[in-house]
Design a binder for this molecule. Structure first.
Ligand code: DGP
Length: 113
């Protein structure tokens, strides 16, 4: 755990969040500024700053499976959803603890903004 990391604190339960699923490796919670009717964040409990810093293929694969499971739990499997990993400045990453956005509940446009 990184002492000054917001998402490490959420994973540890030190900062409240609306948690929808968790296991020993990952936590999924509702984004504080939702961009779609369903907007969840999936984070690893382990501190990894961004996708650039992620080297553990098992963790990355399991994180994607976890995102799929929580999307299903939100009823999005059939109608569709989007999983987004913003990485560094031009992608708009604002919290430097790896996270996957799970967005759904409305039609998504392409290309993304
Ligand atoms: P990104 O811009 O990709 O780094 O996404 C960070 C997301 O984190 C952004 O959509 C807003 C969300 N967020 C920031 N602070 C908090 C918080 O304290 N609680 C929750 N639940 N979400 C937060």
């Amino acid at each position: 755990m990184l002492n000054d990391c917001l998402f490490c604190k959420i994973a540890a339960g030190d900062i409240p969040a609306t948690i929808v699923a968790q296991d020993d490796q990952f936590v999924a919670f509702r984004d504080i500024d939702p961009q779609a009717p369903t907007h969840l964040l999936v984070i690893p409990r382990e501190h990894v700053a961004s996708l650039n810093a992620a080297m553990d293929a098992q963790m990355l694969g399991s994180m994607l499976l976890f995102a799929k499971t929580v999307a299903g739990g939100e009823g999005l499997s059939e109608r569709g959803y989007r999983v987004v990993v913003n990485t560094n400045a031009e992608a708009g990453q604002s919290v430097f603890h790896l996270h996957a956005h799970v967005l759904g509940g409305r039609a998504m446009r392409w290309p993304p903004g």
